[in-house]
Design a protein around this ligand. Structure first.
Ligand code: MG
Length: 339
């Protein structure tokens, strides 16, 4: 098996503003794994708040030696070897894991979502993300949301009430709220959530800093809406504790290290009776389409990364009536765009 990789910068359509900062690009590293004339594609997305970056991902990838694996590989065998031999670098691991699954599906001529799940007809609602913006820009973005029937509103700053008011002046669509750790006072948070619950908001993601476990414990007992952990959890190892503090989890391939670990998290979260959101960083269609292979297991998906960028080098995921549509192409169903 041969590995290639290269850096790339994804460009946002609008400067992307969340509680932790604003930016116009996201650095990524793409991977290509080839064997027997077929190629699988993967992506490591590296927004600046992650501990990893393009340099650390490339350094990690350079140390991999996959030459001993041939067409008869199974993704699990390769991943076990990586887990034993390579240090933790979750985005790099995800880039290899999704390329392995893409390649495996292509070799066996099956879409990966048919290997994991058998019912992909009933896909959950997929949210369309609105960053923190002025009322004028929010109004424009709301028009672009098209037939998406669930909108993700980024809160956690000084203008939360203005943002909700602006959105509600233009649409009655269902909302979900992501505070990105931006709230600090538990009474403020509970008051906000009680008011949001009356405005067709479905859940609230990561209201407090991840260290504030006492606040989460307090809110968990009182919130009228499900409170979903994003920054507070990373892999399946975090879920026993999270089940005491949150009603659900946001699974992202970049956080957990890939599709195999994401599947483990799904099984465990279901056993713990937790809600499941499958999300993404700002990623191209390569990473997002890989995550979408697991979408039918989720209560909601937040896989709109490709819609927020202007230079997507891949095709794959598509959307209809606010839900993901998966292709029946073998592998993850991603293809490189012809330049
Ligand atoms: Mg989030």
């Amino acid at each position: 098996m041969e590995l290639k990789f290269y850096s790339f910068d994804l460009k946002f359509r609008y400067p992307f503003k969340i509680a932790s900062g604003i930016r116009t690009t996201t650095p990524v590293v793409f991977t290509e794994l080839s064997v027997g004339g077929m190629t699988g594609y993967g992506e490591a997305a590296l927004p600046p708040y992650l501990p990893e970056n393009q340099e650390s991902v490339i350094a990690w990838l350079k140390l991999l030696d996959l030459r001993d694996f041939n067409e008869s590989f199974s993704p699990g065998d390769v991943i076990s070897q990586l887990e034993n031999e390579s240090g933790d670098n979750f985005p790099a691991m995800a880039a290899i894991d999704m390329a392995l699954h893409d390649l495996y599906g292509k070799i066996h001529n099956r879409p990966v979502h048919r290997i994991w799940a058998d019912d992909t007809k009933h896909m959950p609602l997929n949210s369309y993300t609105l960053g923190m913006d002025t009322p004028a820009i929010l109004t424009e973005k709301l028009k672009e949301a098209g037939d998406f029937s669930l909108l993700k509103v980024k809160l956690g700053g000084p203008y939360d009430n203005l943002i909700i008011k602006t959105v509600r002046e233009h649409t009655t669509k269902a909302l979900c709220v992501d505070a990105n750790q931006g709230w600090n006072d538990e009474f403020y948070a509970l008051d906000m959530i009680c008011r949001l619950a009356e405005q067709n908001v479905l859940f609230v993601e990561q209201p407090f800093p991840k260290e504030d476990k006492k606040k989460y414990e307090w809110l968990f007992q009182r919130s009228p809406l499900p409170v979903i952990a994003d920054e507070s959890i990373q892999t399946s190892l975090d879920l026993d504790e999270a089940a005491e503090l949150f009603h659900g989890i946001n699974i992202k391939l970049m956080k957990c290290g890939g599709m195999q670990e994401a599947y483990r998290m799904i099984i465990k979260a279901k056993a713990l009776n937790m809600k499941i959101l499958i999300g993404c960083m700002s990623e191209s269609s390569c990473g997002v389409t890989a995550a979408a292979q697991l979408a039918s297991f989720a209560d909601w998906t937040d896989l709109d990364g490709p819609l927020l960028i202007t230079n997507d080098p891949f095709t794959g995921i598509s959307y209809k009536y606010g839900r993901i549509v998966l292709s029946d192409a073998p592998g993850n169903g991603v293809e490189k765009r012809i330049a």
